[in-house]
Design a protein around this ligand. Structure first.
Ligand code: ATP
Length: 323
């Protein structure tokens, strides 16, 4: 099954064992030590929410016989598929996805160290099947935790005094799906409206737990954008009283609009933070190739996507796999 060990947290290894045995350094010639090909090859797709990371990961996986490892900490959980933007099953086109929608919703939060262990184990398993591991997701602190050669769970690599490791434990091909801020801003706002129309409100309503006071500390999926924003709304207008929208009074409509507005604000805040962190990784010598998805998102065109994003990505991955 799908990385079933992921669910059973007790099986999370505390140390990561390299799949290939290295000879002691003293007898390995320098040229071999520096040979990147000793490290497992992985493709890493970065980008702000809404830019098309999931689509690119599937596009590449189908071409290069890949399997995808999710690195969005909110999408680990089995719930809120709409609110967390989990890629729907038909869009996965049969490509295996790991660490996606697997944890029970009330599980404690997965730490960056735990992610480093489980995801690195997934990488070894995928590679041992002769498949290409593709990491895709928006939690850049987890991406850093997974890839950094040396990882210290106590430090935030993205603090005002960044401490981003430039030494990586994999041979990585980084692709950054980027969209200009003005186009992304409008797209994300529209996307929230579409998510609400396609059932996000109902999803949040059935997730709402009146026994959880708003002051309790949120962890894991309970932090997902949409949950705190609608908690206040449901506190006043409980889910079971939502049947007839036509009968909503002004106050209720205003409370709903306010929650949607907050979701848009927080989504935009998240996108800006993600872009900022990707740029921090880049200035710390991570060799990140930027792909411009602005036009394809603006025109909502598969054709422009293939021309501007996919073709360039395929070229990059081909070179990477040959080197
Ligand atoms: P932090 O250090 O703040 O946890 P991070 O980079 O480790 O940052 P992010 O993945 O950026 O973690 O997520 C930060 C917050 O953004 C989450 O706690 C959640 O509120 C929101 N968020 C992130 N991803 C999603 C998602 N897929 N769906 C809904 N909300 C999300």
């Amino acid at each position: 099954g799908l990385t079933s060990t992921f669910v059973s947290r007790s099986l999370v290894p505390t140390t990561y064992t390299r799949p290939r045995v290295l000879r002691p350094k003293s007898i390995v010639p320098m040229t071999v030590c520096m040979d990147q090909s000793r490290k497992e090859k992985v493709v890493v797709i970065l980008g702000a929410t809404g830019t098309g990371k999931s689509r690119l990961s599937v596009d590449l996986a189908t071409r290069f016989s890949g399997e995808i490892i999710n690195s969005d900490k909110i999408q680990f959980y089995n719930g809120l598929e709409i609110a967390t933007n989990q890629i729907p099953i038909p869009e996965r086109r049969g490509v295996p996805h790991h660490l996606l929608g697997e944890l029970p919703v009330d599980d404690s939060e997965l730490t960056a160290s735990e992610f480093r262990s489980v995801a690195s184990r997934s990488i070894s398993e995928i590679a041992s099947r002769g498949k290409l591991p593709i990491i895709a997701g928006g939690s850049n602190s987890f991406v850093h935790a997974l890839l950094a050669e040396r990882f210290d769970p106590e430090t935030n690599p993205f603090s005002s005094k960044p401490s981003i490791s430039s030494e990586l434990r994999y041979d990585c091909c980084f692709l950054w799906v980027d969209v200009s801020v003005s186009v992304l801003y409008h797209y994300l706002s529209k996307r929230v409206d579409q998510m609400m129309e396609s059932g996000m409100f109902e999803e949040l309503a059935s997730f709402y737990n009146p026994r959880k006071s708003p002051s309790t500390v949120r962890t894991g999926i309970h932090k997902a954008i949409g949950v705190p924003e609608f908690d206040r709304y449901f506190g006043v207008y409980p889910p079971e009283e939502n049947d007839n929208v036509c009968e909503w009074d002004q106050a209720r409509k205003a409370a709903y609009e306010e929650a949607v507005h907050e979701i848009k604000d927080n989504t935009w805040r998240l996108a800006k933070k993600q872009i900022e962190r990707i740029m921090m990784l880049r200035s710390s010598d991570w060799d990140i190739q930027r792909l411009d998805a602005t036009e394809s998102l603006r025109a909502s065109s598969r054709e422009i996507w293939e021309k501007n994003v996919l073709k360039e990505s395929v070229k990059n991955v081909k070179c990477f796999l040959l080197k």
